[in-house]
Design a protein around this ligand. Structure first.
Ligand code: OOG
Ligand code: NI
Length: 465
């Protein structure tokens, strides 16, 4: 029997093997990431494992997929449920960049501390918004909806196995093998010819719309390894002649703690695809939609910390307007130094970041104080940062945009259609978790248990951020 956790780890491996055979540059990226992580571990083991054990970090991947309809989203949610992955967060990328991105997204991932420790595989999942009039007029929407309604991305046998795995908490060996093969095959690049005129019509509006609605299947867009030093990785990839996008998205490199998420990618590669021309002939050609991405994860910020992050990014935009990536990075660093505390302790005491607590079994002599900060300072409790497990809308939009050769077009004078986490939850038929709630309850549960062990109660020590 393979549990949902075993299935998740096995699916991540299977997808990785499949994608590596399709995109050899991904294999290079994984090799370089593994080398970077080994070097960081050798240089400073404590620092290397501060945000997760090295075996977890080295196995860690996130994927990105894109679907066309609410029904497809619901089906893929069923597949992920079999893997112990639930929808977390809502990202609306429409209108965030100058690039045309007619999609909304969520991330499927494990939600408990235990499941994350076993395998934290997560998938950034986007769905087209075909009724958004800024992108699609009525006629095109009707054609697009009809095109999408004719395709079936996930075979019934896969969905039946997924329901069983979810209900029973896993699958027996034979069923698991079948499930993994079917699930992996859904994300392979299809040899089916692409209708050139249809694809190009959508591509004029948005490259992402064409990638989703211009073809009859879906595919994994990228798989992202996690590194412990993204700047070193960037240098090593560049030395190997791989062109990276010009900016590392998210926080800068600096001397203080890493927070949230830093990401970068290499440019989408030209891949051979077959095209059907207007006269019915089929010819060879190329499309560039799949790219390589890498990430470095930091500490999860509380809503107050996240608000500060968002304001810092606005300040960076203002101060670095019109400057190149290098100058922008210098501005980021300066803004970080001005606003963000440069120690974990201060991040914690100012309620900016999430931590877990555990009793140390020691502490200064005498009665333990009735205050969380004092309990940590006095050595009764140990505070360990909680890793950020989610994504950043602004960075995601930047990653999308930097990999599209054409910004597309949209009519900003039209009203966009309404989408939010409630819409997403209703379509999927499952709760869409609030990421902050997940971090908060993880922090709270650890503190309650730690206080219990000290014979203290929550009431006496006040509340957490
Ligand atoms: C997703 C782009 C965003 C990330 O890690 O933020 C992303 C996509 O290309 O489908 O990958
Ligand atoms: Ni990604």
């Amino acid at each position: 029997m393979l549990t949902t956790h075993d299935l998740r780890a096995a699916f991540a491996r299977s997808l990785s093997a499949m994608y590596g055979s399709e995109v050899p540059a991904y294999t290079t990226l994984v090799e370089v990431s593994t080398a970077v992580n080994a070097d960081v571990l050798a240089a400073d083991p404590a620092r290397a494992e501060r945000l997760g054990r090295i075996d977890r970090v080295t196995a860690e991947r996130h994927g990105a997929i894109r679907v066309g309809t609410a029904a497809e989203l619901r089906a893929v949610a069923q597949v992920f449920a079999a893997l112990g992955m639930e929808p977390v967060g809502f990202y609306d990328l429409r209108g965030t960049e100058s690039t045309s991105l007619p999609i909304v997204s969520t991330a499927f991932r494990p939600t408990t501390r235990e499941a994350l420790a076993i395998n934290p595989f997560r998938v950034f999942t986007s769905v087209l918004v075909t009724d958004d009039r800024r992108y699609f007029d009525e006629e095109l929407q009707a054609e697009l909806d009809a095109f999408l309604a004719r395709r079936a991305l996930f075979p019934p046998e896969l969905l039946t196995l997924a329901e069983r795995a979810e209900a029973e908490g896993g699958l027996d060996d034979d069923a698991a093998t079948r499930f993994l093969a079917l699930a992996t095959a859904c994300f392979e690049l299809s040899p089916e010819p692409v209708d050139r005129a249809w694809y190009e019509r959508l591509a004029r509006i948005s490259g992402v719309a064409a990638d989703i609605g211009g073809v009859t299947t879906t595919h994994i867009n990228h798989l992202t390894p996690r590194v412990l030093d993204i700047d070193d990785l960037y240098r090593r990839m560049t030395e190997r002649g791989i062109t990276m996008i010009d900016e590392i998205q998210g926080p800068p490199r600096w001397e203080g703690p890493d927070v949230l998420l830093r990401q970068t990618s290499f440019k989408a590669l030209a891949e051979r695809r077959r095209f059907r021309e207007a006269d019915g002939s089929v010819v060879d050609g190329h499309l560039s939609v799949r790219f390589g991405e890498v990430e470095q994860r930091g500490i999860a910020l509380t809503p107050v910390g996240r608000d500060l992050y968002d304001r810092m990014i606005v300040e960076v935009d203002q101060r670095a307007a019109g400057q190149d990536a290098g100058a922008r990075d210098a501005v980021k660093k300066a803004v970080w130094r001005e606003h963000l505390p440069n120690t974990e302790r201060e991040l914690r005491e100012r309620g900016l970041a999430f931590f877990e607590y555990s009793p140390t079994g020691a502490g200064a002599p005498g009665e333990p104080p009735r205050d969380v900060a004092a309990l940590v300072a006095g050595g009764w409790l140990e505070a360990t940062p909680i890793v950020y497990e989610d994504f950043l809308p602004r960075s995601a939009a930047g990653i999308f945009a930097s990999n599209l050769s054409d910004a597309g077009s949209r009519d900003t004078s039209r009203e966009g259609s309404a989408r939010d986490e409630h819409w997403m939850a209703e379509q999927i038929g499952r709760t869409v978790h609030d990421p902050h709630e997940l971090y908060r309850s993880q922090s709270r549960a650890s503190l309650d248990a730690a206080l219990d062990a000290l014979g203290l109660s929550r009431i006496e020590t006040g509340d957490l951020p």
